[in-house]
Design a binder for this molecule. Structure first.
Ligand code: 2X7
Ligand code: FE2
Length: 334
């Protein structure tokens, strides 16, 4: 029996007059052709957006972190020219909700985001469209799954910089509708329990996509090992100062990436709690567990397009190509 966090026994007990029960949910196999085209590990350090110098971001840079940015360039091309998805569904560890998995149902979130720790790097004007029907379907399926879930309907919702950063790096044109999910596993208190719920949220997300008829890509917005320097170099993009925080954190990142490159997702699943303990890996927010679960723990080689540190944290850009010609061809080893 998996551990449960803030689980309500039945949907019926949960609904009040303020929040009516969602309509009955059409189950898998209900006749629609929605599918997940690919999943992406899509890290969001504000440094990467800063280094791209987009007009929407106020600070200017000389570049930096090219290995990750060139990897993003590659997947941007694939998304735009080959996959052409209807929606990006993103789970981000900086939209932390203490109770419940929140789903952003606001049609057009827009505003100005200043990164609280690195305001010198990210002061970004964001503006994107939500796929509201799919967002509502994810909420409904999460409730059906027995999870505590909430719709975010406040038009003035402030979007966290992880969501903003990964969305920009995946789709700078901002023309692909989005479903944005919060991080409820309360990463500072739980490891296993929160991740069990994330896997259920993944199952719910998959069902919602299937019944939507949409062609969707998933984005797990997170770094890997997540201990960082306490001082920023001057300038921040001075790459001579960039290195893994510890050799041990680096070893762990590479061990996990090697397993993913071999399609050994079952072993990864077993190791995640130990990895989090050892490196404070940002996957403690659950984005990777959510995404792999939504893709049913695919035993295909992940295409790891780049690994690099950002202020000491480990970051990888990777793809799980579920359809089309990509079948993990980046991995050639035995
Ligand atoms: O949010 C982040 C992160 N994940 C990694 C490195 C530096 C800053 O922000
Ligand atoms: Fe982060």
């Amino acid at each position: 029996m998996p551990h449960q966090v803030f689980r309500v026994p039945t949907p019926q007990q949960r609904f009040s007059e303020r929040e009516p029960a969602p309509a009955a949910v059409e189950r898998r196999g209900g006749g629609s052709s929605g599918e997940i085209l690919a999943g992406f590990l899509a890290p969001h350090p504000p440094h990467l957006v800063y280094a791209e110098n987009p007009p929407a971001n106020e600070p200017r840079s000389e570049g930096g972190w090219e290995v990750l940015r060139w990897a993003y360039q590659d997947i941007r091309r694939k998304i735009r020219e080959e996959l052409r998805p209807d929606v990006i569904v993103i789970h981000a560890p900086h939209w932390i909700t203490m109770i419940g998995h929140h789903v952003n149902c606001v049609p057009n979130p827009r505003g100005f985001s200043v990164e609280p720790i690195f305001p010198d790097l990210l002061r970004f004007h964001y503006d994107f469209k939500t796929d509201v029907p799919l967002a509502e379907a994810v909420y409904e399926e999460a409730v059906s799954e027995g999870l505590v879930a909430r719709r975010m309907d406040h038009p003035g919702v402030r979007i966290d910089y992880a969501t903003i950063g990964s969305l920009y790096l995946l789709n700078p044109e901002g023309d692909i509708p989005v479903v944005s999910l919060s991080c409820n596993n309360n990463p500072y208190f739980y490891t296993h329990e929160g991740l069990d719920d994330m896997e259920r949220l993944g199952t719910a997300t998959r069902r919602a996509i299937e019944r939507s008829g949409k062609r969707v890509i998933l984005a797990a917005s997170n770094s890997l090992s997540h201990i960082h320097f306490d001082e920023t170099p001057n300038p921040p993009e001075d790459m001579s100062k960039e290195h893994p925080m510890t050799f041990d954190a680096y070893r762990w990142d590479i061990r996990m990436l090697e397993l993913l490159r071999r399609g050994r997702t079952r072993e990864v699943r077993e190791l995640i709690p130990e990895y989090i303990e050892a490196t404070a890996a940002e996957i403690k927010g659950g984005a990777l567990s959510w995404m792999l679960s939504a893709m049913e723990w695919p035993e295909i080689p992940a295409r790891v397009l780049g690994y690099q540190t950002v202020i000491g944290t480990g970051n990888a850009v990777a793809e799980w190509p579920l359809v089309g010609n990509g079948n993990g061809s980046a991995y050639l080893g035995g």
